[in-house]
Write a protein that binds this ligand. Structure first.
Ligand code: ATP
Length: 494
């Protein structure tokens, strides 16, 4: 408010002087320079004593009990934190203090949560920032911000009468990428050098002990100097959760939500292979929103199942395909579903022709257990299931559509995995020694074989495909159980 009044008075005075015939150009120039300085300081945080004002201290404490499915990572992290907690013993033994700790793993797996829990566990001040906050086009700004960050960590600990400070740097690869690899590398290198200098300066006997926790999805991009002993010398891998982990995370995020007796989190955990903690939190949240939308007081299993689809594929779309398109879509999905069920019994969770995100329809499969290694047989079956949509369209409607584009891309990708993993008839080969023609020929052979397999599987089952498609057009979604009954009836009839 004061600023506006001052600006108004200044403008008034200038107009008055101009009317009196005074040359106001120097005043205007001065005002312009003042505004530029204000903009650089306030808006860009160029000279600010804090880190561009963007870093924050944690207000709601997080404990390790709030993190699910990361037992091993938490154990390793706690072990490392003992160095901080028992600093006197560590010092007496002449052990080098722990200065840096790197959490690496895919996005949304709980790295930030782990760092916050580490601060609670060690009764430390928590200061969070991100690698991208240090990078400006002005040389020297990043380095200044690194210095400010460490000073602020000390100041805050003193103010709060704590002995420790944890500085959390997310996206460490932005600030700590390999030196010389950036186009404007002088600024990047200076910033990284400053971080190294600050970390080297950390001593055991200082009034405030500082621990830097870095997080990255791309540890391979980090400058080796950062990973050297004495810097980020402890690495903790924070991976995607396994089935038990997913169940634990789902339990954590549904603890404050009303669940219906039919809500089975074990089933949801089984169906969400590849989901991160953040995805699972979103599933719990979306399920509650769906229940609220329907004005149902509790979250039912169907809400949770729909939430999985939403998180996996996106929001339901109001697209309205024509009746012919809808039938083609239904035949396509029926092809995937019937083939999936025949080649992997009990694997189909449900099949639908509801459009979501990029998908016009989809068949969701639930793996029997989490899979980390794939055999040739498994990959070939996956290719067959991918191709089955197009094969069903050809067999029932006599032509194909662009709806199979992504299926074909996925089939080719899987065929390449078979070849490059040394599982194809070419034997063990180095990818770079294969010519484009050889790769093309080998993948076409695999794909043609699978297409033949699916054709002979579906040819005698055209009636099932058509019946399933009709049900899909009528009801949009068919459960795996209903599909299995349909297949059983057909087997009995023939
Ligand atoms: P990024 O790499 O994208 O920064 P991150 O690994 O730091 O992600 P977080 O920010 O810690 O992930 O997690 C995001 C949200 O996901 C959390 O606030 C929490 O709700 C949920 N979440 C992630 N992992 C877990 C977990 N293991 N247990 C419980 N909740 C989790």
């Amino acid at each position: 408010m004061l600023k506006e009044i001052a600006a108004g008075i200044a403008a008034g005075v200038l107009i008055f002087l101009a009317l009196k015939g005074v040359d106001v150009t120097p005043f205007l120039l001065l005002a312009g320079m003042g505004f530029l300085a204000y903009w650089l300081i306030e808006k860009k945080g160029l000279l600010s004593s804090t880190l561009g004002g963007k870093s924050y201290t944690s207000t709601s404490p997080v404990s390790f009990a709030d993190i699910g499915g990361q037992g091993t990572a938490i154990r390793e992290l706690k072990e490392a934190l003992e160095f901080l907690l028992r600093s006197n013993q560590v010092q007496a033994m002449g052990i080098r203090p722990l200065k840096g700790l790197l959490l690496s793993g895919p996005p949304g797996t709980g790295k930030t949560l782990m760092a916050r829990a580490a601060a609670t566990y060690t009764d430390a001040v928590f200061l969070a920032t991100s690698g991208s906050e240090f990078i400006e086009m002005y040389a020297g700004v990043g380095a200044q911000r690194v210095r400010n960050l460490f000073n602020r960590a000390r100041e805050l600990a003193r103010c709060q009468q704590k002995k420790r400070s944890i500085i959390f740097i997310d996206e460490l690869e932005v600030l700590g990428g390999k030196r010389g690899s950036h186009t404007s590398h002088l600024e990047y290198d200076q910033t990284l050098n400053q971080l190294l200098v600050e970390m080297d300066g950390l001593k055991q006997d200082q009034e405030v002990q500082i621990l830097v926790i870095g997080a990255t999805n791309r540890a391979d991009l980090l400058d080796p100097a950062l990973l050297r002993p004495g810097r980020f010398d402890r690495q903790v891998r924070v991976d995607l959760p396994d089935r038990e982990g997913r169940l634990a995370i789902l339990k954590l995020h549904t603890a404050n939500k009303p669940l219906a007796p039919d809500a089975d989190l074990e089933v949801i955990a089984r169906e969400t292979f590849g989901f991160s903690g953040a995805h699972l939190e979103s599933v719990a949240n979306e399920a509650a929103i769906l229940a609220l939308r329907e004005k149902v007081p509790v979250i039912e299993q169907r809400h949770l199942m729909e939430a999985v689809d939403k998180v996996m594929l996106g929001e339901k779309l109001g697209r309205k395909p024509s009746p012919e398109e809808l039938y083609r879509l239904a035949i396509h999905e029926a092809g995937h579903a019937v083939t999936g069920e025949l080649l992997r019994p009990k694997s189909v969770s449900h099949v639908t022709i509801t459009s979501r995100g990029q998908a016009l329809g989809y068949t969701r499969q639930k793996p029997e257990h989490d899979i980390y290694l794939y055999t040739r047989d498994y990959l070939e079956t996956q290719i067959a299931i991918c191709l089955a949509g197009a094969v069903a369209e050809t067999l029932v409607l006599g032509s194909r559509s662009t709806g199979s584009l992504n299926d074909f891309k996925e089939s080719i990708r899987l065929a390449r995995v078979i070849i490059t993993s040394g599982l194809s008839d070419l034997g063990v080969v180095a990818e770079e020694n294969l010519s484009q023609e050889q790769m093309h020929e080998a993948s076409t052979t695999i794909i043609n074989q699978e297409e033949e397999r699916v054709t002979s599987l579906l040819q005698p089952r055209l009636a099932v495909l058509q019946e399933l498609a009709r049900s899909l057009v009528e009801r949009e979604t068919i459960t795996g159980q209903e599909l299995r009954l349909l297949l059983q009836d057909q087997a009995k009839a023939s």
